[in-house]
Design a protein around this ligand. Structure first.
Ligand code: UDP
Length: 241
């Protein structure tokens, strides 16, 4: 595995299969590990957010969660081998967790969504052990109680879908206290697994126009999507200037 930098943010050049092997290694080490899933939006945000920048650069693993990152890496001649999205990593980890007996905890999304996602995952993998779930719309004052719940249930993997940036900061701040072997930021994955949001069909992903699909299906995200041209500017145009 090697690591490349996109606008100063480290991203691991890793395949999904290798990421799963890393996960298994982290679980045997027992000490807490943070897996981040940087996408262009996070990389752009990190330029003006030193805390996020440092968290991403110090994470134990950074999965390249964006096809534009793969395309840009190829143009810059430091090619990433494949895109590994948070949701693909979550689903593959859960399948393995069901086989290996690893316990998972789902933290994030609107009330009821993580439970519904957990139910769907159990339907898919009946032997899966769910340590617990909790929604992601809590006040900072409620964090100690949520941390106590997670600690009590002793999951092997904590998936946090609290929103890009926020989830990494929350996990980094509580990593040692939580003492969960592996914590992973997964954005809106629970919404998709619960069936509340649709992921772009495979052919749209293959055409590299998932951003267009999301712009049409979630037009309120248009402002967030300005991150994509900014990302291209920061990585490609700036390197040519
Ligand atoms: N979310 C949350 N708490 C908040 C704000 C957002 O749990 O205070 C959840 C939201 O319900 C959704 C996810 O965070 O499930 C969205 O994360 P992000 O925007 O990073 O995901 P993307 O849509 O980019 O995958």
């Amino acid at each position: 595995m090697n690591t490349i930098e996109l606008a100063g943010v480290k991203v691991d050049n890793i395949t999904l299969a290798e990421a799963l092997a890393k996960l298994e290694g982290f679980l045997t080490e027992k000490s807490p590990h943070l897996i981040a899933t940087p996408n262009p939006e996070m990389i752009v945000a990190a330029q003006e957010d030193e805390e996020l920048f440092n968290i991403l650069n110090n994470a134990h693993l950074r999965l390249p969660d964006g096809i534009s990152m793969v395309v840009v890496s190829r143009i810059l001649r430091t090619p990433l081998r494949e895109r590994v999205t948070g949701i693909d990593f979550l689903l593959a980890s859960v399948k393995l967790a069901a086989q290996k007996g690893w316990k998972i905890f789902l933290l994030g999304s609107a009330p009821g969504v993580a439970e519904a996602a957990a139910q769907n995952l159990i339907t898919r993998y009946p032997s899966l052990l769910i340590a617990g779930t909790h929604h992601g719309f809590f006040k900072p004052a409620d964090a100690p109680q949520i941390i106590a719940q997670i600690k009590k249930m002793q999951p092997d993997i904590l998936f946090a879908g609290l929103g890009a940036g926020r989830q990494e900061k929350w996990l980094a701040a509580h990593l040692n206290e939580l003492n969960v072997p592996v914590s992973v930021g997964v954005g809106g994955s629970f919404d998709v697994i619960a069936g509340i949001k649709q992921r772009a069909p495979g052919w749209i992903q293959a055409l590299y126009i998932e951003w267009l699909y999301r712009l049409i299906t979630e037009p309120q995200r248009w402002k967030r999507q300005l991150a994509l041209p900014k990302f291209l500017y920061l990585t490609l145009i700036k390197s040519l200037l």
